[in-house]
Design a protein around this ligand. Structure first.
Ligand SMILES: C[S@@+](CC[C@H](N)C(=O)[O-])C[C@H]1O[C@@H](n2cnc3c(N)ncnc32)[C@H](O)[C@@H]1O
Length: 515
């Protein structure tokens, strides 16, 4: 057993788990959980199994006992009344603070509660969760956060929605959202109407749907009479980097009578080899076919790829939906922390899909503290990824322990690993080592036009946001409007998804603020 650890103040304390967390008693709060060594933000510090009480057991017995001050509301999907859960281990010993340094997540399927630090923790600091609105609690609240600073209490203080026994069960449980998707068969495909997010179409898609007319764009083509030239010309296009992504939905060759028309490029092509005639402009469909009828119509204009899988057809499993919820919640917690520091409360989190190369970064808005109008959270997150991908060479060790902090940016926009420690495991990819290729970006508020264009440039795969920003957003957040930055004239398209489900709430920002 570990030797007792003496604090500079207070009674000796025993280490009670592998991270050295221990229990210490204070006169005003009773027992509480304390750190004995530094803990990085994002560290999973405790996983407590829970003991469940049925609603009836609770009603008849539990709530009349001391357990009423220790239990968590436990909503099981499909069960009309919530159960109550007693966290075993250290889980019942966390005291309340309006500025918690620990968040918790109910894992309904595993019947555990997982506790994670929301900021870096110093040795001897008390670890607190939020039980909800301090004014509604059943005991006189002693809050070290209040003592530290009465003045800068913002409306973002605390992870509200946390319900411990004794708090009226009125508020929706904002934190059950993530795990409710993980109940049952996590590989099950979610029926589209039940998805808690919706794809935002591009302006062009909306226009095409409305007018039923095929949108076209002009590209350069050349007539090729000798079919034997086609393969050497395809090589020529590759060598000259003319196979750009905006042509992905189009076939390269159209056969007309006894000759072929070869698609060359969007911009004027370089001098063509051999005996080919002069290239000329030709109107081709701007968008992929969305169904069989559309394919037939568009093929009459120019052959398009047989029904490219549109985003609409994307299938999402329960586990993937839970992953999206986790990503958005991470962005929200980053935003709240920024708000508490007096920044514009907008937050961003970027990561790879589960099972892929582990790389992630968070970004906060620092335009106020930096007195710089361009310091938006999306830009900070893009930079966080760039810092990882540019700095680390492909042969870099996976266990470097130095935090990389982008020059001039706060540590909170620095890359972190899933455990909150620096993640330096990324390797260069496709030579484009500063890009968000294959990554998904989660952000609290719809990115502004500047950030949206930066996302096009960064080659991000998908963007999820919670709050649309009519008037300032660049990703189609205003009601009924499509996304303008993933269409015509850009060389990269990404999926844009807006949260439409219940349970996630982002901090308000002043009207007219761009994110
Ligand atoms: C879940 S228990 C926490 C562990 C508890 N301190 C103990 O000694 O068993 C909740 C109880 O802790 C006390 N408590 C928690 N947070 C507090 C705070 N910020 N100020 C005062 N008392 C608090 C209250 O008595 C409350 O009923």
């Amino acid at each position: 057993m570990d030797a007792p650890t003496a604090f500079s103040s207070g009674a000796p304390m025993r280490h009670l788990n592998t991270l050295g967390l221990g229990i210490r008693t204070t006169p005003d709060k009773g027992r509480g959980v304390y750190a004995t060594s530094p803990l990085a933000r994002g560290t999973l510090i405790e996983v407590s199994p829970v003991l469940l009480f049925t609603p009836q057991e609770w009603e008849e017995h539990g709530r009349h006992t001391v357990l009423d001050h220790y239990t968590f509301i436990w909503r099981i999907p499909g069960q009309p009344k919530p159960s109550m859960a007693l966290a075993l281990g250290l889980g019942s010993m966390f005291n309340h603070s309006s500025r918690p340094n620990v968040s918790f997540n109910r894992n309904i399927a595993a019947q555990t509660i997982e506790y994670t630090t929301t900021r870096d923790i110093a040795p001897e600091e008390e670890l607190c969760i939020s039980y909800g609105d301090s004014a509604r609690l059943w005991f006189p609240v002693v809050d070290d956060a209040d003592r530290r600073s009465e003045s800068d209490q913002g409306e973002w203080g605390g992870l509200d929605g946390v319900e411990i026994g004794g708090v009226p069960d009125e508020e929706p449980d904002r934190f059950a959202e993530e795990t409710m998707w993980e109940v049952g068969n996590t590989d099950e495909i979610m029926p589209a109407p039940e998805l808690p997010f919706q794809r935002i179409k591009s302006l062009e898609e909306l226009e095409e749907e409305e007018t039923d007319a095929i949108k076209t764009m002009n590209v350069w083509v050349v007539d090729v009479d000798d079919p034997r030239m086609i393969s050497s010309m395809l090589r020529f296009l590759k060598e000259n980097a003319l196979d750009t992504p905006e042509l992905n939905h189009l076939r390269r060759v159209r056969k007309v009578n006894n000759h072929a028309i070869l698609l060359l490029s969007t911009g004027p092509p370089p001098p063509l080899p051999g005996s080919l005639p002069a290239p000329y402009l030709y109107a081709v469909p701007r968008l992929a076919a969305k169904d069989q009828d559309d394919l037939q119509r568009k093929n009459l204009v120019w052959p398009v790829e047989p029904i490219m899988r549109t985003q609409e057809e994307r299938r999402w499993t329960r586990a993937e939906v839970a992953w999206v919820v986790r990503g958005l919640k991470r962005a929200i917690s980053v935003a709240r922390e920024a708000g508490l520091r007096g920044e514009v409360p907008v937050g961003t989190y970027v990561c790879n899909a589960p099972g892929e190369e582990e790389i992630e970064a968070v970004g906060v808005d620092t335009r106020l503290s930096a007195n710089h109008p361009l310091r938006h959270s999306v830009m900070a997150a893009v930079r966080g990824i760039a810092d990882i991908r540019v700095v680390i060479s492909p042969s870099a060790s996976t266990s470097v322990s130095t935090r990389i902090s982008a020059e001039g940016s706060p540590a909170s926009s620095a890359p972190v690993s899933r455990s909150g420690t620096p993640s330096l495991t990324a390797s260069k990819k496709n030579g484009a080592d500063y890009l968000l290729t294959s990554l998904t970006l989660f952000t609290t508020h719809e990115p502004c036009i500047m950030c949206s264009m930066a996302l096009v440039h960064s080659r991000v795969k998908d963007v999820f946001y919670v709050q649309g920003m009519p008037g300032t957003g660049g990703c189609g957040g205003a009601e009924g409007r499509g996304c303008g930055v993933v269409g015509k004239g850009v060389n990269h398209r990404f999926g844009v998804w807006r949260w439409t489900g219940e349970g996630l709430r982002v901090p308000d920002v002043s009207p007219g603020t761009d994110a």
